[in-house]
Design a protein around this ligand. Structure first.
Ligand SMILES: Cc1ncc(COP(=O)(O)O)c(C=O)c1O
Length: 455
């Protein structure tokens, strides 16, 4: 080992997931049934998820053992390296020490398989034959296609139409792993047909694709739904990331001052940061910083309210920061950040001021991505570039103040399937997409009535 690559041996991989719900001073508000408005019961969720995942969703056990078959599959790429970004530090002239956790080394190229493998395992164990899901950037769809293959499941992926068009090779990757990929909104579901009737040219959104996948899963006994972010059990599975980071930083005698992640539905930030939250709650922990797009700014401009997780209003109402379930974000290249809502647990932390958030425009995140690629070699996913932008800002702040802070960011994925976006940026064709006030107001206006603003 040198002090650039901090690598854990496989025997040091986490044996249990860390569950933040055990350490919150008060429990998060419950999910509500979309029909009755009452807290959802395990039976309500049973058509969509296996009972083991439903139990994890509400568990208050601090540690949940990772089943051996899941741990075995995770060794295909885990533990992932923590890397000191010395060349970026030098380029910026910052006294800060910058580290990144490289989740891009997974088969699908991001953090997403950490939960996909667990979800496929529990569904296969419950006797399910097929999984239906949505994908934005294609990272989650690829991950679930891969994981379904590992556990002998069929997989149907509703891929947001704009990404389907922007990233044809993501589709090929999913098909290589045996999945069926459908552009969403599609004619296959009533949710898709309704959208197409209203807006024939709809470019789709994660909310719409979720409605399609949920509808398919709810209608078939042999099919379940799998979500790539947002839910507590997904955040839980992602904690392997933060738990490894804790060990890796300890190996080089570091304590983090700021943890930075991009936030779409919140799971990569959650998995990376939650193991540190007990320290943050105790007032001695790192600052937690979320980076999101100005085109879909749920944490910086959204409202904390009960809202549906999908566009069609099929999912439970979730207490979260939201832009409104009907909101369709502009077709930015960071497709994985085009989600109207946010994980309830990340929202809980944000509401209490424990997570800071910043929003960035498309061109400034690509500028950061290029700087990173030119210093450190790795071409980041556009989603990840938001975290890199925030890290660079923090490093420059340290340059001004002279602070020798330890900054750690989650390199949530690579951008090898995003070259069309890079091409567009390099050609000077990329547009910044700002969310106009009236559009935001329209989205919030559609919150379930009466709007349930929470305090
Ligand atoms: C590379 C990458 N990073 C981050 C995200 C956002 O992840 P999350 O929903 O976990 O916040 C995505 C989502 O697709 C992604 O593909």
């Amino acid at each position: 080992m040198d002090d650039r690559h901090i690598v854990l041996p496989a025997r040091e991989a986490p044996a249990a997931w860390y569950n933040l719900q055990a350490d919150l001073p008060e429990p998060p508000l419950p999910y509500l049934h979309p029909g009755t408005g009452k807290p959802v019961t395990p039976e309500d969720l049973a058509p969509l998820f296996p009972m083991s995942l439903i139990e994890q969703e509400v568990s208050t056990e601090r540690w949940i053992p990772i089943p051996d078959p899941v741990r075995e599959k995770l060794t295909i790429w885990r533990p992932t390296p923590l890397v000191r970004a010395r060349f970026l530090e030098e380029e910026l002239g910052t006294p800060a020490r910058i580290y990144y956790k490289n989740e891009a080394v997974s088969p699908a190229g991001s953090h997403k398989p950490n939960s996909a493998v667990a979800q496929a395992y529990y569904n296969a164990r419950a006797g399910i034959r097929r999984l239906a899901t949505e994908t934005g950037a294609g990272q989650w769809g690829s991950s679930l296609a891969f994981a379904s293959q590992l556990f002998g499941l069929e997989c149907t992926v509703y891929m947001v139409k704009v990404s389907y068009q922007q990233k044809p090779y993501r589709r090929t990757l999913m098909e290589t792993w045996g999945a069926r990929v459908v552009a969403s909104p599609s004619e296959e579901t009533s949710a898709g047909r309704k959208i197409l009737a209203e807006q024939p040219d709809s470019t789709g959104s994660l909310g719409i694709a979720i409605s399609e996948a949920v509808e398919v899963a709810a209608g078939r006994d042999d099919t379940h739904y799998a979500l790539g972010s947002v839910l507590n059990h997904v955040c839980l599975h992602q904690t392997v990331v933060g738990l490894e980071v804790q060990k890796q930083l300890a190996l080089v005698g570091e304590t983090p001052d700021v943890l930075i992640g991009c936030a779409g539905g919140g799971s990569n930030l959650a998995g990376f940061a939650f193991p540190f939250v007990p320290d943050t709650l105790a007032g001695r922990g790192p600052r937690l910083l979320a980076a999101e797009p100005t085109a879909c700014p749920s944490l910086t401009r959204g409202r904390f309210a009960y809202d549906y997780g999908d566009t069609g209003g099929l999912t439970p109402l979730t207490p979260m920061y939201t832009l409104g379930h009907g909101f369709v974000p502009a077709g930015i290249h960071a497709g994985g950040l085009r989600y109207h809502g946010m994980s309830a647990l990340v929202s809980w932390l944000r509401k209490r001021g424990l997570v800071e958030a910043r929003a960035y425009r498309q061109r400034e995140i690509f500028e950061a991505a290029l700087l990173f690629a030119r210093c450190e070699g790795i071409l980041p996913a556009p989603e990840t570039a938001h975290a890199i932008r925030a890290t660079i800002e923090e490093a420059l702040r340290c340059k001004e103040t002279g602070e020798e802070a330890c900054l750690v960011f989650n390199l949530s994925g690579h951008g090898h399937f995003d070259l069309a976006a890079y091409q567009s940026y390099l050609a000077g064709d990329l547009q910044d997409r700002e969310l106009a006030d009236d559009e935001l107001a329209r989205g919030l206006d559609e919150l379930p009535r009466p709007p349930q603003e929470l305090c």
